[in-house]
Design a protein around this ligand. Structure first.
Ligand code: UDP
Length: 238
């Protein structure tokens, strides 16, 4: 018998790269649809869901800066990339019949709502998925930090971080078959061992707000729903 979900409200962070599928740039609609189906699976369990999607499949500020651009300017471009991904995910979710709102940290009234904390909470209470776009709205931050920030603001029970593998490993398991998978870790372990799953600012924010981070494989169909019930493979950071 499967367990009921362990959470009432959750944040899912998906990197932009997770949307690329086999492509090397942009969005693969099949992949976006599959992730949307997993989100729907969790919504159907009665869990309130909000999302933060990265922009690395389109543009990263640090790459722009490395190519000679002003860093802050490049970061704004990166934030705009996340808005495109958010709209793509909104479209996929709505095709599946999941009511969705996009709220952007950079006001863009013609395409989505501005970020308003209390309104976002109300949307979720009504069963709508809220996608937070444009990161924190500030350069020099990442969408991991945006996910931690919005999760804290939304009083989420946990931050789910969908990655390429089924948890946190001592090294990249795709390169090193000896890599050890951790079942649980502390925030301080993550910071001290510099495990490349989330940046330090995001981990610190989760730690200060006692927000558990659950790392799982976003590419495994149904994994998000399974993890929600405490099944399957994942790493919990507390
Ligand atoms: N970004 C930013 N402030 C934020 C969030 C994101 O400036 O609060 C910019 C930054 O340039 C970053 C880009 O948006 O490189 C895309 O976000 P991120 O790299 O976090 O995406 P992911 O790696 O998750 O795809």
């Amino acid at each position: 018998m499967s367990h009921p979900p362990n959470y009432k409200r959750v944040m899912l962070k998906v990197s932009g790269e997770a949307l690329m599928g086999e492509r090397d740039y942009g969005l693969d609609t099949g992949t976006v649809r599959r992730i949307a189906e997993d989100v729907k699976g969790v919504v159907d369990l009665g869990v309130e869901v909000c999302l933060v999607i990265g922009g690395g499949n389109i543009f990263r500020g640090i790459a722009g800066a490395a190519a000679g651009m002003d860093r802050a300017q490049a970061d704004y471009m990166g934030m705009l990339a996340t808005v495109m991904n958010a709209l793509g995910m909104q479209s996929a979710l709505e095709k599946l019949g999941v009511p969705t709102r996009v709220q952007s940290a950079i006001a863009m009234q013609s395409v989505c709502e501005p970020y308003i904390r209390r309104r976002a909470i109300r949307h979720m209470e009504k069963g709508r998925v809220v996608i937070f776009a444009a990161g924190t709205g500030n350069p020099f931050f990442t969408t991991d930090t945006a996910a931690a920030l919005r999760a804290a603001e939304m009083q989420c029970d946990a931050l789910f971080k969908g990655t390429q593998v089924d948890g946190v490993y001592s090294a990249d398991p795709r390169k090193n078959p000896q890599a050890e998978r951790y079942v649980t870790l502390t925030y301080l372990d993550m910071l001290a061992r510099d495990l490349a799953v989330m940046d330090a600012a995001a981990i610190s924010l989760c730690r200060e707000n006692r927000l558990p981070i659950i790392v799982f494989n976003i590419h495994e169909q149904g994994a998000f729903t399974a993890v929600m019930r405490g099944e399957g493979k994942f790493t919990t950071v507390v």
